[in-house]
Design a protein around this ligand. Structure first.
Ligand code: G3H
Ligand code: 13P
Ligand code: ZN
Length: 385
């Protein structure tokens, strides 16, 4: 079926009391694997391309320097691939821009074919965040596209301690933000962190999710709360990477028991990227150990060299620049590249499959309304948002 707006998938989570994982992709074969594993579990699928991922999939190996033109190209590449896999798929699929940086990034994603965008104004003062998010909501909703905003700043590399200066989301501000912007979903800061170094015994401040949801109910606000930085950083994968020549230090994630708990307390979308990166990195290292002849093969030897040169890295974008056509278009020109693609796909399926089960989206695909972007646009128009 055609891609659905993400809101269609989120609405079902609220109605049927479960959470939906949202999984980041940085290459066409990862998108294929995410869709296939959701099909296997009869779950709807939310695929996310982050702003920088779009630059990478637009052909910028040095993705941090990607321009708007690169992002436009990448958005189109990934959306074309996702549409191709989704059209014959029995499950609903949404494609979401993750951490859209500005209006231009959101417009580029929508032009490429994304059915949902995040505008991340969390580093702005409240009023400026509202203003920017409102602008994106207006543009996106006219096209039936879902919008996620963010309020409160997620911790980066440092331990996050609740204090007067905390950047955790204030539940009452969240209510105001929903009302003033018309966003469909809101990422809150409540103790999770991006990346693989979240702290050994991180405890999510579930009270923030509970209070926010409660305030929303009292005020009659419909909307989805989103948990970013939610990778579980499986310890067996970390150990395997290090045993295969990697050098990951202090790599710990959010305990899945905590994610399961908050999924019943109002958090309905759970973002995961790092777990995928880790599984793919482990598989690449394992492949070159088990098939040493690949280390010398012309089309993939450069990938091996990058693995050797970057033991602490676990972002596949560090290792995949030698096969950018495969990243951007899914082409598999020879058997050796086929081996790489296969191990990327298996890595994605291992961790995504686990979380589909943990978050209980298994079997929920038939519960999602099959609504088009045009129909959704009409609903927003009638509601005046
Ligand atoms: O939440 C952020 C995602 O993990 C995307 O990361 O900006 O390096 O593509 P990125
Ligand atoms: P992780 O780094 O925990 O996977 O978080 C991903 C994320 O929040 C994407 O938006
Ligand atoms: Zn995030």
């Amino acid at each position: 079926m055609p891609l659905v707006p993400m809101k269609a998938i989120l609405d079902a989570t609220e109605r049927y009391n479960y959470a939906q994982g949202a999984f980041n992709v940085n290459a066409v074969c990862q998108a294929k694997a995410v869709i296939e594993v959701h099909e296997m579990f009869r779950s709807a699928a939310i695929l996310q391309g982050a702003d920088l991922a779009n630059a990478f999939m637009g052909g910028r190996a040095d993705f941090t320097k990607g321009t708007l033109e690169d992002k436009k190209k990448g958005a189109l590449n990934i959306a074309n691939a996702v549409k191709k896999y989704a059209v014959n798929s029995p499950i609903p699929v949404a494609l979401h821009l993750d951490h859209g940086k500005d209006m231009d990034s959101c417009v580029a994603a929508i032009a490429g074919g994304y059915t949902s965008v995040m505008i991340d104004g969390s580093s702005l003062p409240f009023d400026e965040n509202v203003e920017l998010t409102r602008e994106v909501v207006k543009y996106a909703h006219e096209r039936g596209v879902t919008v996620e905003g963010e309020l409160g700043v997620l911790a980066g590399v440092e331990d996050h301690v609740f204090a007067a200066t905390s950047t955790y989301t204030n539940p009452m501000d969240a209510v105001k933000f929903f009302r003033q912007t018309g966003v469909d979903a809101l990422a809150i800061s409540y103790g999770t962190k991006h990346g693989a170094n979240k702290g050994k015994d991180t405890v999510i401040r579930k009270e923030i999710a509970i209070a926010t949801k409660e305030c929303m109910l009292h005020e009659g606000i419909e909307g989805t709360l989103v948990s970013h930085g939610s990778s579980t950083v499986p310890q067996y994968i970390v150990s395997e990477i290090n045993a295969l020549g990697g050098a990951l230090k202090d790599a710990y994630g959010i305990k899945k028991e905590q994610l399961k708990e908050v999924s019943k307390l109002g958090i309905r979308k759970i973002n995961v990227d790092t777990d995928i990166r880790l599984a793919v990195t482990r598989n690449l290292r394992e492949l070159f150990r088990d098939e040493p002849e690949l280390r010398e093969r012309s089309t993939v030897s450069a990938i091996y060299q990058l693995l050797l040169a970057n033991p602490a890295a676990f972002d596949p974008r560090v290792f995949l620049p030698p096969i950018m056509d495969t990243v951007m278009y899914g082409s598999v020109p020879d058997e050796d590249i086929g081996c790489i693609v296969d191990c990327i796909e298996r890595g994605v399926k291992e961790v995504v499959g686990t979380l589909i089960v943990e978050f209980e989206s298994v079997g929920k695909a038939p519960l999602i309304e099959n609504v088009s972007l045009d129909e959704m646009a009409e609903r927003y128009r009638v509601k005046g948002i």
